[in-house]
Write a protein that binds this ligand. Structure first.
Ligand SMILES: [Zn+2]
Ligand SMILES: [Zn+2]
Length: 358
């Protein structure tokens, strides 16, 4: 079968490999779509990255790349089960599923508490071989897609779960104001989730025109181009002096500063972007304003799979409260996976989420 792998930063190629072998407790999926994630793009540009910065510094050094390359990528998967392994009874051949790829160790304090996404030895979704014809995953990860959710929307379950988790970490209440910095897939998902959660006003700062338009289509009440106007004063003007909740969905120092300073006094700042480099804020902006800064990583998974964000997102997609269509820019065949990456890293491109269709 075909499997796309990163051979070195900037070079992804479709290789012919053996079909993955079946294991007890697993299911084989005929992949219908696999979305290109911001984390895939990050590794495409910078090389293999550790999940947590504190484990190995902020990047895996070039001298160790040979341990990781060629590296499969692609974890935003939807497809149909074609084979179930020994001992699998909750999933059947023919089920359309999306795998929730938080694979916990089941042995650390966080796993004991059911906080599997905080697991000290978490594996997945990094290096998941999803840009492929098929994949074998543990049946325990499988979440069944409702019949009325089209596969191209179900392929967004994973990134939308990241967005929804961010809103939950920020403790958004109905009637509150929200400012989102960055309208990539995750930021746009935050806009949709905030609107679905009953936010009073959602303001988005984003330099690319196409993404500002997508933010409006997702329900944003106001958008600002931060290269044209100071986004902090824009957010303050729109939200009576500061947003109740701000979300950093870029992973850069300027947007971190903007997220902190445009939050209301007593408001909450969610750090949702993935940072390549360290970034600093002035602690007095937190101290004197009594703001709360919270992190948000992935989504509830592992044995919480059926009680976490995945089923919540699928329900929102199913009943139409969340329409991800503005996020979807294109569907490309597996043979053109390199084009997808080139388009996503081109700052002039209109692309947001590209799905790969094997
Ligand atoms: Zn992803
Ligand atoms: Zn654990």
């Amino acid at each position: 079968m075909r499997l796309a792998r990163l051979h070195e930063p900037g070079e992804i190629a479709v290789d012919e490999v053996d079909e993955p072998s079946m294991r007890p407790g697993s299911v084989r999926i005929d992949i219908e779509y696999c979305g290109v994630c911001g984390s895939d793009l990050h590794e495409f540009e910078h090389g293999p990255a550790p999940l947590r910065a504190e484990d190995r510094g902020h990047v895996i050094p070039e001298s160790e790349w040979s341990d990781h390359l060629p590296m499969p990528m692609g974890h935003e998967i939807v497809g149909t089960v074609t084979e179930v392994g020994e001992g699998v009874d909750r999933i059947a051949v023919g089920d359309r599923i999306t795998p929730c790829l938080i694979l916990p160790c089941d042995d650390c304090r966080y796993c004991a508490d059911g906080d599997y996404h905080r697991c000290e030895r978490i594996t997945g979704p990094v290096a998941t071989p999803g840009f492929a014809d098929e994949i074998v995953v543990p049946a325990s990860t499988a979440v069944v897609v409702p019949d009325d959710v089209p596969s191209r929307h179900a392929a967004l379950t994973e990134p939308l779960s990241v967005s929804l988790h961010g809103i939950r970490q920020g403790g958004l209440a109905a009637g509150e104001t929200v400012a989102v910095f960055g309208a990539g897939t995750i930021g746009l998902g935050v806009v949709g989730a905030a609107v679905a959660a009953g936010a009073k006003e959602v303001v988005v700062s984003e330099p690319r025109a196409a993404r500002r338009e997508a933010a409006e289509a997702m329900g944003a009440d106001a958008v600002v181009d931060p290269t044209e106007r100071d986004p902090i004063s824009f957010v303050r003007d729109r939200t009576d002096g500061g947003a109740d909740l701000t979300v950093e969905a870029v992973g850069k120092e300027p947007t971190l500063t903007q997220s902190v300073r445009s939050a209301a006094y007593g408001g909450t700042v969610v750090v949702l972007g993935v940072f390549t480099e360290e970034a600093s804020i002035h602690p007095n902006d937190v101290m004197q304003a009594e703001r709360t800064v919270v992190g948000s990583f992935a989504f509830r998974g592992g044995h919480q799979r059926d009680r976490g964000e995945f089923p919540a997102v699928l329900k929102l997609l199913s009943d139409g409260r969340l329409d991800p269509e503005p996020i979807l820019s294109d569907v490309l065949p597996l043979a053109e996976v390199d084009t997808a990456f080139d388009r996503l890293r081109d700052p002039e491109s209109d692309a947001v989420k590209i799905l790969i269709e094997p």
